[in-house]
Design a protein around this ligand. Structure first.
Ligand SMILES: [Zn+2]
Length: 401
């Protein structure tokens, strides 16, 4: 089995599936392998920024309630401009301790384990559906899952929507039942261009933005101070909705009045909150604030708050059968009960679709998105058996029946 696992990982890592590119070739390979192992495969195809993207859904077992989704994303983060690589990012390689390549931890290593487990599972013993869901565009805002989840019931055909989903993102086998969402948007200050010698003929968009940033900062402090007590259990290091100013751009020369300044803002809403509450409140506060340029105070300023891109947060019950099955399959490797994952995943979309989702995978978070990305061989090679045991416990007939 290790040789087939290595072969699948080698093939998957060799496909350049950076989110900006098409993942169609990698998806076709995954679909072919799963079909070869007896799974019924359907694909959802869509166009995004001129590239063809494909989500893959593969099903085995009878069309009854109580199925299990095992899920991962096909796309990877960029490597071409990333300093620090001493290896070919698209060439799978192993040494005594680790396996290397872009996506080894995040998360082609887990996809390879899924395919190898699909080959090893006795489909005739499945009493409930096993569904592999492999998505596009996770790394750029979970766009693949957002398109897939509303269509999932149709793509599954006569198989009822499963009740549980396991997302094998890199957690070092820690199990997370919740995570925050991510919301991002751009604020634009519109000024009036002019020469710096006559400030009152213009309006400096940078000065306007400075006031907007101060207003956002005051709100940020309120959010921090108003951390709900209940969220400390899942997010002890940051039990509130953190807000970040990502990039500010404006102006072109020291003697010119800047006519435009943009600011990107993102925040990570707690999973039980309406993700757009903070966005709406920032728009309300900026509309009410005095944002005039101090150098040209007679002119009213115009500030736009752009539309928000939303990655859903995830909240699933603790102590689900999936959590118990993972703990049993991992045994001594189980890394203890964790609360909130420190990143967002496709699980937010799946949870919004009514599927109790859990994030737990063999890769290491410290390796994700890094140069010379790698995964420990013991976690890589042991993961096939973990998947097989979880599936056996949740989907298979009782032994002896
Ligand atoms: Zn990932």
């Amino acid at each position: 089995m290790p040789s087939y696992l290595h072969d699948v990982a080698r093939r998957l890592i060799a496909f350049d599936t950076v989110s900006a590119a098409s993942n169609a070739a990698a998806a076709a390979y995954l679909a072919d392998e799963l079909a070869r192992h007896g799974f019924r495969v359907t694909c959802q195809e869509y166009e995004s920024d001129g590239a063809t993207k494909v989500n893959v859904v593969a099903t085995a077992g009878p069309p009854v309630d109580g199925g299990l989704i095992v899920s991962g994303h096909i796309d990877v983060v960029p490597f071409a401009e990333q300093a620090g690589w001493t290896r070919d990012p698209l060439a799978f390689a192993v040494d005594d301790a680790r396996a290397y390549g872009r996506g080894a931890s995040d998360m082609k290593g887990f996809l390879a384990q899924c395919v190898a487990a699909a080959a090893a599972i006795d489909r005739a013993r499945l009493a409930r559906p096993l569904v592999f869901v492999f998505t596009a565009d996770e790394e750029i805002g979970c766009g693949g899952a957002r398109r897939l989840v509303p269509e999932l019931a149709a793509l599954l055909g006569d198989v009822p929507l499963p009740t549980a989903a396991w997302i094998g993102e890199p957690t070092g086998w820690r199990a997370y039942h919740t995570h925050k969402g991510v919301v991002a948007f751009t604020v634009t200050a519109h000024g009036i261009a002019g020469h710096s010698s006559l400030p009152e003929r213009g309006q400096n968009a940078i000065a306007v933005m400075a006031r907007a940033i101060a207003a956002i900062g005051a709100y940020q402090a309120e959010l921090r101070a108003a951390a709900p007590r209940a969220s400390a259990a899942d997010f002890p290091e940051c039990p509130y909705t953190p807000l970040n100013l990502g990039a500010v751009r404006g102006g072109s020369a020291d003697n010119m009045i800047a006519d435009r300044c943009t600011l990107t803002v993102s925040y990570r809403p707690l999973p039980d909150e309406d993700p757009l509450t903070v966005h709406r409140e920032i728009a309300r506060r900026l509309a009410a604030a005095d944002l005039r340029d101090p150098g040209s105070p007679a002119v009213a300023a115009r500030v736009d708050v752009g539309a928000a891109a939303v990655v859903a947060g995830m909240r699933s019950p603790r102590g689900t059968p999936l959590a118990a099955a993972l703990a049993a399959a991992l045994g001594a490797r189980a890394a203890g009960g964790a609360g909130g994952a420190p990143f967002a995943t496709d699980g937010g979309e799946l949870a919004r679709g009514g599927i109790a989702s859990l994030v737990c995978g063999p890769g290491e978070l410290e390796q994700a998105h890094q140069p010379d990305e790698s995964i420990a061989r013991v976690a890589f090679e042991g993961g096939v058996e973990v998947i097989r045991r979880v599936v056996d416990r949740l989907c298979a007939l009782e032994r002896g029946l």
